[in-house]
Ligand binder design. Sequence first.
Ligand code: SAH
Ligand code: SF4
Ligand code: F3S
Length: 438
Amino acid sequence: MSDVKKLFIKTYGCQMNVYDSERMAEALGAKGYDTTTEMDEADMILLNTCHIREKAAEKLYSDLGRMKPLKEDKPDLKIGVAGCVAQAEGGEIMRRQPMVDLVVGPQTYHRLPAMMDQVDQGVPALDTDFPEEDKFDHLPKRVTKARPSAFLTVQEGCDKFCAFCVVPYTRGAEVSRPPERLLAEARALVERGVREITLLGQNVNAYHGEGPDGTWSLARLIWALDEIEGLARIRFTTSHPNDMDDDLIAAHGTCAKLMPYLHLPVQSGSDTILKAMNRKHTGASYIALIERIRAARPDLALSGDFIVGFPGETEQDFEDTMELVRQVNYAQAYSFKYSARPGTPAAEKDPVSDDVATARLHKLQALLTEQQKAAQENMVGREVGVLFEKEGRHGGQLVGKSDYLHAVHCDAPVEMIGTVQRVRIEASASNSLKGVLI
Ligand code: SAH
Ligand code: SF4
Ligand code: F3S
């Protein structure tokens, strides 16, 4: 028997959870755990959960229920729950599902090795604190196998309190990591072969890290990353319209490594609904902002998030959203039916009927899909940079991401994985483009 134990992590939710899962794997690596992609062979299963919409907790309990036979077959199997449902539900998870050995919130996973010691002694471990210490200072160095594109969490939490959203409760107050640490982590990633870094934060453009010479904005951090040799591309997500400052807008036109893609959620086009959502911007101020960003970078691909069926949304409010979408013209977007989240102010209000919300969602999605299709078809015949990330399903083919974040398939030698190549786009499929090397 080998001493190496196998860790299986299932990640739900946003990119920040993807980043957290990698860091948790590294933290448990120090306890002798190697990751596996096969749940059946795991000695420990960790579910990194998301609480943002509908039935998140129910989904967790049904997933846990399905794991029961595994635990019965292998009594030593450890089961842990991490992430935003862990934060929201805490000890309730162990009461409802006693086979869970460990519950850890998003701000305390640096304590996982100590929690595992406790679990190994047969005592369940629960930690959903918002600790004083910075978890990032207590985690091992990044060791995950380098892929060409990596995430780097620079900011966490949110102080905005949109009326529908759980993030300020599950992730806590806004905290920015110091710029020197981030630059060191970025340099280490690049040394291990990373070519593209996506800066992450629930409110990434509210970044305000304390440097040795005062507070750094996200724009300043981007310019410092721009100087790292070997780093080819910088992206960031997710932004709030009210935190797009002049320097960040300007960087889209002047920083060559900053990619021409921006995810800037607006949620609704109706000022009444935006006010009820506590968004603190209007449809018109959002459109004016988009015009300024497009003036800095005319070919910018814009993406957004929308919620339909927010309490009180009338047919006219919904039409205002459709009109905003027509005006902005998105390259890509996510849209959701409003989901009442326990503990949020909007959950107290009378809901829009589910039939109405569903019909609106379909209508909005049809428009967004049409725009996405047009944006992709517009790429045909154009030359674009593509960072090749991995081999495609067909022999001789690689898959990568265009500057505008389209998935691109292209015949190219495997040695080109991890490089940015010029590609001419020849065709557009439903969710990807096909191109040839120039
Ligand atoms: N910080 C980001 C988004 C975080 S959550 C921002 O401010 O834009 C990602 C998306 O999930 C949100 O933009 C929103 O569109 C959606 N969302 C959040 N809470 C929701 C809820 N209660 N119901 C439906 N969609 C929701
Ligand atoms: Fe949620 Fe609003 Fe904060 Fe985004 S800005 S994380 S939607 S509260
Ligand atoms: Fe979900 Fe938490 Fe991210 S609720 S979207 S995993 S911040």
